[in-house]
Design a protein around this ligand. Sequence first.
Ligand SMILES: Cc1cc2nc3c(=O)[nH]c(=O)nc-3n(C[C@H](O)[C@H](O)[C@H](O)COP(=O)(O)O)c2cc1C
Length: 388
Amino acid sequence: MPVITCIEDLRVLARRRVPRMFYDYADSGSWTEGTYRANETDFARILLRQRVAVNMEGRSLRTTLAGQDCAMPVVIAPTGLTGMQHADGEILGARAAEAFGVPFTLSTMSICSIEDIAAHTKAPFWFQLYWMRDRDFMERLIERAKAARCSALVLTLDLQVLGQRHKDLKNGMTAPPKPTLANLINLAMKPRWCLGMAGTRRHSFGNLVGHAKGVSDMSSLGTWTKEQFDPRLSWDDVAWIKQRWGGRLILKGIMEVADAKLAADSGADAIVVSNHGGRQLDGAPSSIAALPAIAEAVGDRIEVWMDGGIRSGQDVLKAVALGARGTMIGRAFLYGLGAMGQAGVTRALEIIRNELDITMAFTGHTDIRRVGREILVPGSYRGAGGPS
Ligand SMILES: Cc1cc2nc3c(=O)[nH]c(=O)nc-3n(C[C@H](O)[C@H](O)[C@H](O)COP(=O)(O)O)c2cc1C
């Protein structure tokens, strides 16, 4: 067993263990993947300032996100088809998050269902919703999330049309995989994954199968999205969701100050500055570049979080320094899961926590809630007025 010291180690192991179409589904962005790459490289450009001879004892990473106590300012992001990275992946991810003390968000497009997660965890989890044409189905999803005692609803605003990811088309990605010759050859090289899948009945979209009407091909994410995701989504619809749900509401996929102001007006509890991990609008700026202006504009009215490109605890600290109260991790979580199941998710969270804790100490802070821009080298990040 290799020694795992960073998220990159988990990515390499996941690539070895997860069938190619699902590994590629995670490790890809839309079109040129320019925004996908920028999410990571823009973090790397931000420089930290070291302080010395400051008492660094008794450090705390604890914070609250949307009223929920969290061991660190990190939430597991909603990711579709997670149960294809590893058998029962969403259950394993939710269990790891629960034990660690951070929220887990279940995607509408998950393999394990809302009820599956509720049956296998004690802590409340969060549910992510897409705005769909079938209002009845959406209302039932909201009711199911309430019945499962989900403590927040994450409404994703940036996927009413689907960005094209070349690899998914080339791989003919479906859940479960179709038994083509290429797939069978690839699966033969992934015995651990196959064994896991043979031991579970959860192989397709758990929240949809048996619940959604009039969907012609359940196995295809693209088909479902084209048929069901409603491109007419408006702020009135957000108000409708808020009223129907009645609990904590988080709006995900905000990249512009103008939209952030509308989101704050909507009465939601938090926004996530996000470009969907570079999977939607290729050519958009990185999330970390978009964050400072948004945090400055609305940070006193609504909790501002961010996701996209976080591969270390240092990235979390940089996001916090630039005004994010919380962060979400997508791929860092999926790589851990694909590499080693629940233990891999725990390892990913531990790595991020340790890096975050030690880096915070180097910058002379002991409480994550007090960290601000003073820890960053001026000129190495974008301020509200654009590149500096
Ligand atoms: C494989 C994959 C599937 C995703 N599925 C969803 C989804 O179902 N709903 C959603 O709101 N966001 C989804 N996202 C976006 C994530 O929630 C998050 O915004 C993104 O992964 C953050 O970037 P990171 O992966 O660099 O951390 C997905 C991301 C990935 C990588």
